[in-house]
Design a protein around this ligand. Structure first.
Ligand code: TXA
Ligand code: MG
Length: 326
């Protein structure tokens, strides 16, 4: 278990300490607007190797590299006009672009692929940290491989706390769900590999062309991004999915029932909701946090209501399906 002093506040002193640790090839858990990341110097093979080890992640599963600016990011890849338009529209923010890489990004970061995943995060503390560094940060979500992603510093402390140098506390994550990943290797044929806070409609409005959606591959269980396994984000407790609006509250007391919104009828202590009024942004934001909490409460099963498949609801349903897969 991590000790309190490893959780660092937003002071200048904390940021200086994080900067020094990262310069020494140590790992720091960092806040982003999506989920917490397990960060190390992306240009240091030693630091990146350590990320895979601490997370228990296979070396075939590439990492996202985080930059302070679009200019810094595009210096490390071969951007297209489409990439530049999307960066202007959504960076800093929760969009990751897959583009042909340059040699400056070490092969270990991209698992030997000729493409790299890049993003410019929006979270203010993370931006401040990136500005202080002379290198970008490779960072997967700061959870053990396959487990629920962390949206609060405590989640990182519970699962990886004793394996990392520090956790930079940026409070709860604004989106609570990982970035949208867009494959832009061929700008004429863009495709979403992982749905997220930036939805397909918003991307299509910038590109003026249709974007391939991951639904078909999801149905067949095909792997999308190399690390997008069908079973992912999994708590220890079993999950059963209820269709939206089809949740029944009368379940045994040892089963937790999780609704999108607060029930209008009186229910028992084993009934939870992700948003008072069913706001989809709030449903997504609170999902991983509630999963982490319920997973420590010894329920025999979690019955979770799916969201409408619109906007960020699609990303929530994607994570829910993977969390439920066994
Ligand atoms: O919101 C996020 O994206 C968070 C925060 C920390 O930035 N990061 C995150 O990283 O979710 P991770 O490692 O948990 O998920 C990254 C996904 C993996 O599924 C990986 O396979 C995919 O991105 N990926 C990375 N590089 C890729 C590439 N060159 N081509 C295809 N997929 C790639
Ligand atoms: Mg992850």
């Amino acid at each position: 278990m991590a000790q309190r002093e490893y959780i660092l506040d937003s002071s200048n002193h904390s940021l200086e300490l994080c900067t020094r640790l990262l310069q020494e090839d140590r790992l720091v858990a960092v806040p982003t607007e999506t989920v917490y990341g397990l960060a190390g110097n992306a240009l240091s093979e030693k630091a990146v190797r350590q990320i895979f080890k601490v997370k228990g992640r296979p070396l075939i599963d590439p990492l996202i590299t985080h930059f302070k600016s679009a200019d810094a990011a595009f210096a490390c890849v071969h951007p297209s006009a489409a990439a530049e338009a999307l960066a202007a529209a959504f960076w800093p923010g929760p969009l990751t672009l897959i583009l042909p890489k340059k040699a400056v990004i070490p092969d270990i970061v991209t698992a030997g692929l000729s493409s790299a995943a890049i993003r410019v995060p929006r979270q203010p503390l993370m931006r401040d940290l990136l500005q202080r560094l002379e290198f970008p940060l490779a960072a997967p979500s700061a959870n053990p491989f396959g487990y629920v992603s962390p949206t609060r510093p405590e989640h990182v402390a519970h699962t990886l706390g004793d394996k990392i140098a520090a956790i930079l506390d940026g409070g709860p994550c604004a989106h609570g769900i990982e970035s949208t990943i867009l494959d832009l290797r061929n700008p004429l044929n863009p495709g979403i590999l992982r749905p997220g806070p930036i939805c397909a409609d918003a991307i299509e409005a910038i590109l003026h062309r249709e974007v391939n959606q991951p639904e078909n591959s999801q149905r067949t269980g095909a792997q999308l991004a190399p690390g997008q396994l069908t079973k992912h984000y999994s708590p220890k407790t079993l999950i059963e999915i209820a269709a939206h609006g089809q949740l029944h509250f009368s379940r045994p007391e040892d089963e937790a029932v999780i609704a999108n919104n607060k029930p209008t009828v009186p229910t028992g202590d084993h009934v939870y909701w992700l948003s008072e009024c069913g706001d989809l942004d709030e449903v997504a934001r609170n999902f991983f946090d509630l999963l982490q909490k319920l997973d420590r409460m010894h329920y025999s099963k979690l019955i979770i209501e799916a969201a409408p498949d619109t906007g960020i609801g699609a990303a929530f349903n994607d994570r829910l399906r993977r969390a439920a897969a066994r």
